[in-house]
Design a protein around this ligand. Structure first.
Ligand code: GUN
Ligand code: FE
Length: 422
């Protein structure tokens, strides 16, 4: 059960894309699982609460990974010399087919969840595979970990290899059965997951739209990631104004169905307007977009236009689950985009990518991703004392460098929902 307590240390969190709140030697109060705020001097009314004193360590609000494939963990860091459609056929699909074997799913998902738990992520929106049982195994492990997550049993009924496809009716009935079975979980929950338009027939999409409505579930998928993919979708859906409409026409694109779409590298003006109008979240996945030679999404434009945007590692298009590395990629590709493509969109700053990785993505889950009063209490403690430098560093610099140096082994404490996981 969530308790009331205090953590003390160097507390950093995002208040907006422009504002990083940096609080040296301060007190962060958790009251019944929610933040009561950050204080330089501890108010008298909290004097009797127990306290975890983290000294010189950094305490940040938990990070949110808005898009990753748990089932692609096994081949992370390999096979990156192909573009999306060939990569799916040669790397992703053969691996995902293994999850029919529940013993394999047990072992692989154990490793994945352990890694996610040990890093800076506290919330995640995750793709499993099309296998109902294996998806439940993943959810069982996530539930036990204490992390907050949404998991999708994947739907695909066309343009997919014979070893990784379901008949339309079976895909829908398995999905409904899985939704019912996952009602037992509290920390994890189901999210409707058409893989992407090329792998889902209209009948399947229509059925998923009905399930979304019936159970009031969120939605995740992929959007405008790769040039060949975008052309393919145009051919498959010639009547749609843009790729976004191929989801919207079935009620799978925001508004009443809370939706996150990964990538949005090649979103047209009408698609951007559609996402804005319907409050669709963008999962910006710069590491994956680089590895799969997809391109550079105009994240600066999305921020400027006030769209909902967070970061996704897109494991295993992205090679690891550390959102600090993804933040660095986001900054780096935005610089290249500015230099080589469009001088009207300046590069992203550290506070902006930290915002995306925390509050920007976290808000998909509600009041998540900040230490402002009434936000759900998710915190990560980082011990960077082993990173040497002969000169003093500000707190903000100490955090910023983790984007480039990585945070492997530095996460020494983690709280989700006011509960200490370690
Ligand atoms: N589009 C459809 N499936 C996938 C996938 O597994 N990874 C990525 N990056 N894009 C996709
Ligand atoms: Fe993906």
């Amino acid at each position: 059960m969530a308790k009331s307590f205090i953590v003390k240390g160097n507390i950093i969190f995002s208040k907006s894309p422009e504002e990083l709140s940096v609080n040296e030697g301060s007190y962060l109060v958790c009251e019944n699982g929610k933040s009561a705020g950050v204080f330089k001097e501890l108010p008298e009314r909290y004097a009797n609460l127990p306290m975890d004193d983290f000294g010189e360590r950094l305490i940040i609000s938990g990070l949110c990974d808005l898009h990753l494939h748990a089932c692609q963990y096994a081949f992370r860091g390999t096979g990156m010399d192909l573009e999306l459609l060939d990569w799916l056929n040669t790397q992703a699909f053969p691996e995902e087919a293994r999850y029919e074997n529940l013993e394999y799913a047990e072992r692989a998902y154990d490793m994945f969840v352990q890694e996610l738990l040990s890093g800076p992520t506290t919330s995640a929106v995750i793709f499993a595979t099309l296998h109902r049982q294996a998806s439940l195994i993943l959810m069982e492990k996530l539930e036990k970990s204490g992390l907050r997550s949404l998991v999708g049993k994947v739907n695909m009924d066309r343009n997919s290899p014979s070893y990784l496809i379901e008949e339309t009716a079976a895909s829908l009935s398995e999905t409904e059965e899985w939704i019912k079975e996952s009602a037992r979980f509290k920390k994890t929950g189901p999210i409707i997951t058409p893989r992407f338009t090329p792998s889902c027939s209209d009948t399947l999409m229509e059925g998923l739209g009905k399930l979304q409505k019936k159970y009031g579930l969120p939605v995740q998928s992929h959007l405008s990631e790769n040039l060949d993919e975008v052309e393919w979708v145009k051919k498959l859906c010639p009547d749609c104004e843009d790729y976004g409409e191929t989801y919207e026409r079935f009620g799978l694109f925001g508004d009443k169905s809370k939706t996150v779409m990964a990538h949005c590298v090649y979103s047209s003006e009408s698609e951007v307007a559609r996402m804005k109008r319907r409050g669709v979240y963008i999962a910006h996945c710069p590491q994956s977009n680089t590895n799969l030679t997809s391109g550079i999404a105009p994240a600066r434009l999305y921020l400027k236009e006030g769209l909902n945007i967070g970061l996704g590692t897109d494991l295993a298009g992205g090679a690891n689950t550390c959102l600090f590395r993804t933040m660095a990629s986001a900054v780096q590709v935005s610089k290249l985009r500015w230099r080589l493509v469009d001088k009207s969109l300046p590069p992203l700053s550290f506070p902006e990518v930290f915002y995306m990785a925390s509050l920007g993505g976290g808000s998909f889950f509600g009041k998540v991703g900040s230490f402002d009063k009434d936000y759900i209490f998710d915190a990560v403690v980082l011990d960077d004392s082993g990173i040497c430098s002969p000169r003093p560093m500000s707190l903000s610099q100490r955090l910023e460098r983790l984007m480039y140096l990585g945070c492997d082994g530095l996460v020494t404490g983690k709280y989700v929902d006011g509960i200490r996981l370690f």
